[in-house]
Design a protein around this ligand. Structure first.
Ligand code: PLP
Length: 440
């Protein structure tokens, strides 16, 4: 029996009257099984979460085994999977001697990272610098951090001590640079200038995504190391929001690792791929230096379910599965192919203005009204009607594509079969030709 949930559920990020979606009853690998008997290829990993694919047997078994042993103890007690997962995260990230603070998801990981940064830097009301065109979650502070013109109308970022600076968005460089590396340096310099303008003593943290999840802005290679230097020189804590970009999504365990040690942040926040989304879990990973500054002080934060044993058991199994199944390297290899395929689509379809990615299975295609002027196809946050029609047509052919405004986000589970991936790109090619034929 299928119940129409529109009669009972308030759906997030939706106009309720418009919410329509098929019911998912199961899944396997990169496929979702629908209540009407169809199976669809998931090209978005359900909001870039299910990196390990759906119903990964190792995760299901680990959750089942933990549930049979011990479902819950609070943070006042120790829990084996919690200790194990924290140790694994510190080891994988090279944060030796650091600590892990567990949360329920990405937004509260970012909230807690900011609280911790303010506490350790002795700036309880210190400013936090974040970026335009970013997303950090939907709790109140996380929304204030998010540089999204739509959500900024809902929250007074200044009241939360948040300031925004322009992003290293090479395709539309806010600094007018034509060269991507130069754009990256100018964007990092804008952070340094903002810290100096506010006074380093009144800035607690800089919180940014190495790769932006909602729009695929990949910072040029010059950006993150320059940001690291600018914050370190000024005694400001650098927080990498890796909620989307970690666990192979951007070709590394953690996206900052692409820059080696010169990109190492003071803290990073995690969620999504941490458990492959099988159970909700987030984390803040603290460097040894940050952790030691907290060692003898009260930590004024935490929610009842932080470090829930079921979630941590799923996290342990997920980290093991990424390594055993070679998924980080797989994402790097398939991501390079997907990027090359998307670039070929750009050669064939004038509507494609930009293709971003190239690091892991995360490629974003930006549609434009005019390639020369780079005019957006539809004003943000609208989705062009032809793109909506394309998504519906793809769904009818068994492939689910995620879009956001003028963007098509390609982020399939890292386990996707290579032929299925190629078929999905071929379908996109056909549908772009059908729905965006050049005017005669
Ligand atoms: N940070 C980034 C980069 C994200 O992509 C997201 C979610 O999409 C979040 C934070 C918020 O995570 P959550 O929805 O788990 O609170």
């Amino acid at each position: 029996m299928s119940i129409d949930e529109r009669q009972s559920v308030l759906h997030s990020w939706s106009v309720q009257a418009d919410w329509r979606a098929p019911t998912v009853v199961g899944g396997q690998g990169a496929r979702l099984h629908l209540a009407d008997g169809r199976s669809v290829l998931d090209m978005s990993s359900l909001a870039e979460c299910s990196n390990l694919g759906h119903q990964h047997p190792k995760l299901v078994a680990a959750i089942r085994a933990q549930a049979e042993r011990l479902c819950f103890v609070s943070n006042a007690w120790g829990a084996e999977p919690r200790a194990q997962l924290a140790a694994m995260l510190l080891e994988r990230s090279g944060f030796e001697g650091g600590r892990v603070f567990f949360t329920l998801g990405g937004a509260d990981a970012n909230e807690n990272a900011v609280k911790i940064a303010r506490q350790v830097s002795r700036k309880p009301r210190g400013a936090v610098i974040a970026r335009d065109r970013s997303y950090h979650g939907a709790t109140h502070l996380a929304m204030a951090l998010s540089g999204d013109s739509r959500t900024q109308q809902q929250v007074d970022a200044a009241a939360f001590g948040v300031q925004h600076v322009p992003p290293p968005y090479a395709y539309r460089c806010p600094f007018g640079s034509r060269d991507a590396d130069e754009c990256g340096l100018r964007a990092a310099d804008a952070v340094a200038q903002r810290i100096d303008a506010l006074g380093a003593n009144s800035v607690a943290a800089v919180l940014m995504e190495p790769n932006a999840g909602t729009n695929g802005i990949v910072a040029p290679d010059t950006y993150w190391p320059a940001l690291r230097r600018a914050t370190a020189d000024r005694g400001v804590v650098l927080i990498a929001d890796e909620v989307m970009s970690a666990f192979g999504r951007c070709g590394e365990w953690f996206a900052w690792q692409r820059q080696g040690e010169s990109g190492r942040p003071d803290m990073m926040t995690l969620a999504k791929g941490l458990t492959g989304a099988a159970v909700p879990l987030g984390a803040v990973v603290l460097s040894r230096d940050v952790a030691m500054r907290l060692e003898h002080e009260m930590l004024y934060t935490g929610l009842t379910y932080c470090g829930h044993p079921l979630a941590c058991a799923a996290g342990v199994a997920a980290l093991e599965a990424y390594a055993e199944d070679g998924l980080i390297e797989r994402s790097r290899k398939l991501g390079a192919k997907l990027f090359a395929q998307a670039k070929r689509l750009q050669e064939r379809h004038d509507v494609i203005g930009d293709v971003r990615g190239g690091h892991g299975l995360f490629v974003v295609i930006e549609l434009v009204a005019d390639r020369d002027s780079r005019a957006p196809l539809a004003p943000w946050p609208q989705t062009p009607p032809a793109l909506k029609a394309l998504v519906d047509a793809a769904m009818a052919e068994g492939v689910s594509f995620a879009t956001r405004g003028n963007l098509i986000l390609l982020a399939p589970p890292l386990v996707i079969d290579e032929n299925e991936l190629a078929d999905a790109v071929a379908l996109l090619d056909r549908l772009l030709a059908r729905h965006f034929a050049p005017a005669e």
